[in-house]
Design a protein. Structure first.
Length: 401
């Protein structure tokens, strides 16, 4: 006779509710593990999709992801002729927030060279890539736009020609791709009113320069305004290297120019995961540990309560000669059953709920195995209190109760 199964059948309703409660706690632990994986994947998905071996950014910065970086667009020509570099292209991106048809949309706008496609969307699930240099965009489906839909960015409307999936920034915002010239125009070009105000300020400043004749001010104002309104700025130059080439050596060569900083793809990944996401990673780890401690306490209290309710039955079992190992096995089996069924409930809830979370939750097989092993260890340790209480019961107490 299996005493654990007999007792579970007798208290079926309470046991199932206990398993569901533990399952809810374990589902939170599972969600935290998935959010941790999702955070790391979201932080590097754009960088990985670009497929660059080297990132050239502004001098003394760790941009473009870790901090702001601005360099001239034409520098990619100098990078492309460095020995060992197979291909180089300009790259620009920045966060935007717009109101579209009554909805507030926050997204990452990426500008790339549509002639080479270097830095563009890696996989388009619907529609096609950008076919012309102006007024077309490819958006992640998380943005909620449809193919053929138009969205105003800057002073022009852009038509969605393709949709991607899973392309987000490190903060979880979906990405949208446009051509390099469009991205520069959206970010730097001002509207007509702003241009007129800028020219008036420049005209006033030029009037105060003694070396400039008053009759030359109207002629110089548009030229100075055009120079000041330079739009040929990018955030980084991305480059692929030839097979067998040392990426670190090329980065050192670029740095020797004393105008720019260069990093390998692995270094950029470290800036993202160890810098930007560092505190978020620690916070998720703390939550996971706290939830596992809470789960252990809950299981321990449940097993302890169940054991106290069976003290007379345990005393009777000892009175008729039942060995202590049989009693210990009953308590231990109940604790492991609670953990196993609770883990199954957590897996069921996660399968049907995690994809609805605002941020991506990635649950891998390794994490599930580790969590199951930890759950079993926690159940064994939690059952120790109930076992200790059961071993203290004397057979004679069956006659006193």
């Amino acid at each position: 006779m299996n005493l654990a199964i007999k007792d579970i059948r007798y208290h079926k309703g309470r046991f199932l509710m206990t398993c569901i409660g533990v399952g809810l706690l374990l589902s939170l632990v599972m969600a935290m593990s998935g959010m941790y994986r999702g955070l790391l994947d979201d932080a590097t998905v754009v960088m990985r999709s670009v497929g660059a071996d080297i990132w050239v950014v502004q001098q003394d910065t760790r941009g473009p992801f870790a901090e702001t970086s601005r360099i001239p667009e034409d520098i990619h020509y100098s990078i492309s002729i460095v020995p060992g570099v197979a291909e180089a292209a300009p790259f620009i991106f920045y966060n935007m927030q717009r109101v579209h048809e009554g909805r507030k949309l926050r997204f990452l706008l990426i500008g790339y060279d549509v002639n080479t496609g270097f830095g563009g969307p890696a996989r388009i699930i619907s529609g096609g890539p950008i076919a012309q240099k102006n007024y077309e965009m490819v958006a992640d489906k998380k943005l909620g736009l449809k193919i053929g839909e138009q969205m105003k960015l800057g002073i022009h409307h852009y038509t969605v020609v393709g949709l991607t999936e899973g392309m987000v920034s490190f903060s979880g915002d979906p990405a949208a791709y446009v051509s390099l010239s469009d991205a520069q125009e959206i970010q730097f070009r001002k509207d007509n009113d702003a241009i007129r105000n800028e020219r008036e300020r420049i005209r006033s400043a030029l009037r105060g320069v003694p070396a400039i004749r008053p009759d030359r001010v109207p002629v110089l104002t548009p030229e100075v305004s055009r120079i000041a309104r330079n739009e040929h700025i990018i955030n980084a130059v991305v480059a692929r290297i030839e097979a067998g080439t040392d990426a670190r050596a090329i980065c050192d060569r670029v740095k020797s120019w004393n105008y720019f900083s260069a990093y390998t793809a692995e270094e950029q990944k470290q800036f993202l995961t160890s810098g930007i996401c560092k505190k978020a990673r620690r916070q998720l780890w703390v939550f996971r540990v706290v939830l596992m401690i809470v789960s252990a306490v809950v299981i321990a209290l449940i097993i302890y309560t169940m054991t106290l309710e069976k003290m007379r039955e345990i005393a009777i079992l000892k009175l008729i000669g039942t060995p202590d190992l049989k009693v210990i096995g009953m308590i231990l089996q109940q604790a492991l059953a609670i953990g196993t069924i609770g883990f199954a409930v957590a897996g069921f809830l996660g399968y049907h709920a995690f994809h609805r979370f605002p941020r991506r939750v990635i649950v891998v097989q390794f994490d599930l195995c580790v969590l199951f092993a930890i759950t079993m260890i926690v159940c064994v340790l939690a059952s120790m209190i109930g076992i200790w209480q059961a071993l203290k019961v004397r057979p004679a107490e069956a006659l006193l109760r």
